[in-house]
Design a protein around this ligand. Structure first.
Ligand SMILES: Nc1ncnc2c1ncn2[C@@H]1O[C@H](COP(=O)(O)OP(=O)(O)OP(=O)(O)O)[C@@H](O)[C@H]1O
Length: 334
């Protein structure tokens, strides 16, 4: 079996509450027990509502956030046991990140050719001539016209700016790409172009990709596997090829029912009540306070990780999965 490019083992991230240190009484449980892996040529999609920990997971994967507990392996080496210099050079060269909003992610005062060249300069790759050549290649790769080279980010459209951000993320030829909501700040009309560009580049470059979105249909289209997050926990990992009826966690089912594609026939499920606080998450399963299938067992303990299928991978943390009674339809009254 292929060794994963990236592997997270039981990773936790706790944030201090604003104005307090981590030693203060209360902390934000931003990520709890996340285990995940992604191999070359594979895309894992992360989906969940706002505040569920998607960005924390992304920052943790690219080394911008140190886990409070757990381990991260990159090509088999522990990220936080590497020297800081190796993390910056060896790891930094091999991982690219695309952020949600290209307007804030790019330096407004730098012309595009400098933005694309910057990673090569910082990592000392090649000489002046080869860097100029690489910038040309990158512009062609992401579909930017030559005339954009001397423009400032503010002179480009939102879609073109995101193309620049993608080019910069790929400048050093990474093996892992993390895209955190890469189209949510863009006009609907250009979203499909950027998604298609990412799909093509991921295939051509055999990248391991983590693709994050709050929209499960976009994640399904972009990924081989969907990891559903709820209140800092990965509650299910399910192959994207499965139909919504094949998913097992009630929360994943609810996400599908909120944004059905024209091919899906699912009854709408409305989730009652707000997402609980990440400072005081509920005991047991975090979803139980909004789950129409919850029982007293769900309050007592976090459901253990169950592997429903190894190849393709389907994992679940739930005491009352959808397939246990064949029901994918309307919620039972609570
Ligand atoms: N630096 C921080 N300090 C304190 N709390 C934080 C910090 N960053 C994130 N959080 C909290 O951690 C939890 C997870 O946040 P995160 O931004 O990872 O979620 P998200 O799913 O990416 O949300 P969104 O889709 O709105 O960006 C939230 O409760 C958030 O308020």
């Amino acid at each position: 079996m292929q060794r994963p490019v990236l592997e997270l083992k039981d990773v936790h991230v706790r944030h201090a509450i604003k104005g307090q240190s981590l030693l203060g009484k209360e902390t934000v449980f931003a990520l709890t027990g996340a285990s995940l892996s992604v191999s070359a040529g594979e895309t894992v999609g992360i989906v969940g509502e706002s505040g569920c920990g998607k960005s924390t997971l992304a920052k943790t994967i690219v080394g911008l956030q140190k886990p409070s507990e757990g381990e991260i392996f990159f090509n088999g080496s522990s990220l936080w046991e590497m020297s800081a210099a190796n993390r910056r050079t060896e790891f930094g060269r091999n991982v690219g990140m695309i952020f949600q909003d290209p307007s804030t992610a790019l330096n407004r005062r730098m012309p595009i050719r400098r933005i694309l060249r910057d990673p090569l300069d910082v990592h000392g790759i090649g000489d002046g001539g080869s860097r100029v050549q690489r910038v040309r290649e990158l512009m062609e790769l992401v579909g930017l016209p030559e005339s954009a080279a001397d423009a400032l980010p503010t002179q480009l459209s939102g879609g073109q700016r995101q193309r620049v951000a993608i080019g910069r993320a790929l400048a050093l030829g990474p093996s892992l790409l993390v895209a955190d909501e890469p189209t949510s700040a863009l006009d609907v009309s250009v979203r499909a172009q950027i998604l298609n560009l990412l799909l093509r580049l991921q295939k051509e470059m055999n990248l391991a990709m983590i693709f994050i979105s709050h929209d499960i249909q976009t994640v399904r289209r972009m990924s081989d596997r969907i990891a559903t997050m709820y209140l800092g926990r990965i509650v299910e990992q399910v192959p994207s090829a499965l139909t919504p009826e094949g998913v097992a966690h009630p929360y994943t089912t609810a996400l599908f029912s909120a944004t059905p594609s024209i091919l899906d026939e699912i009854n709408p499920i409305s989730l009652d009540g707000p997402v609980p606080s990440a400072v005081r998450p509920p005991s047991g399963c975090p979803f139980r306070t909004r789950c129409w299938k919850a029982s007293s067992a769900c309050a007592e303990a976090m459901p253990p990780l169950r592997v429903l299928s190894q190849e393709p991978l389907h994992t679940l943390r739930c005491f009352h999965p959808m397939d246990s009674d064949g029901a994918t339809g309307a919620p039972l009254s609570s």
